[in-house]
Write a protein that binds this ligand. Structure first.
Ligand code: CDP
Length: 239
């Protein structure tokens, strides 16, 4: 774990990495970065470095998993052993399984699954460098990868977290803030309608603080949405 700073917010209202309370970390998104995948995306958010790869829609194996009237989505979140400060044991643990499950549900609500009966859309995310906010940043990348694969969607899924440090609700916790802060609220949404497809909370917040945290995370999602669209536009042009 990284060290706990003496104070999270200085007299000027700046955070340990110099950000304002409502500011995202620097973000970079690139679509179509992997040749073997049907769709892919690379994202950096602060020190996070994440690849998403999408395969499909394709026939489901094993066949008993087929749904007669729609596609299924399989989402696999995986943290490389070298992606964290202590080595992470390879393979899926409880944390990865939980993240995969909630992310799968968050992503599939944006996809027109009924267009692909008996099919599967496989989504793999690989965290190569991890610095807090990986579940949300992965979802942001995964939905760009789905769009890159040409999968018809209601909207992209944009996702980021807000949280609480030094009694303040702030956007996009970095590692010290995530490790030593008071709460973390990951949110994913379809920005056009503002439908929320993932909402989690780790820590203690009052009802008012939860509302404030969700509103702030939604603003972050809207900013990421612009970057997602720019990444797709710069590959494929269009409006
Ligand atoms: O990454 P996210 O914020 O979605 O999930 P988390 O469970 O709140 O983890 C926060 C951060 O702790 C991760 O992004 C990693 O940087 C770190 N972590 C770690 O160092 N080792 C693990 N086995 C799991 C998480």
């Amino acid at each position: 774990k990284v060290e706990k700073p003496d104070e999270f917010i200085d007299e000027e209202g700046k955070r340990v990495d110099g950000r304002d309370l409502n500011e995202l970390r620097p973000v970079k998104i690139e679509a179509n970065v992997l040749n073997r995948a049907d769709g892919s995306c690379y994202i950096e958010l602060g020190d996070n470095k994440i690849y998403a790869a999408v395969y499909g829609p394709r026939e489901v194996h094993p066949r008993h998993l087929q749904e007669p009237d729609r596609a299924i989505v399989r989402y696999k979140y995986s943290m490389a052993p070298f992606s964290v400060s202590d080595r992470k044991r390879p393979g899926p643990g409880r944390r990865s399984k939980e993240i995969s499950k909630v992310s799968e549900e968050a992503l599939e609500s944006a996809i027109f699954l009924e267009k692909y009966p008996k099919s599967v859309i496989d989504v793999f995310v690989e965290i190569v460098e991890s610095a807090a906010g990986t579940r949300t940043t992965s979802l942001t990348a995964a939905s760009v990868a789905c769009a890159d694969a040409g999968i018809p969607m209601r909207d992209l899924i944009a996702s980021c977290a807000s949280g609480k440090i030094d009694e303040e609700i702030v956007l996009d916790l970095n590692e010290p803030e995530d490790n030593h802060g008071d709460a973390d609220v990951p949110v994913a949404m379809m920005p056009r309608t503002e439908d929320i497809t993932l909402l989690q909370m780790d820590g203690d917040l009052t009802a008012e603080e939860i509302d404030e945290a969700i509103d702030l995370a939604k603003e972050g999602c809207k900013q990421l949405y612009e970057e997602q669209k720019n990444a797709l536009k710069s590959k494929y042009g269009g409006k």
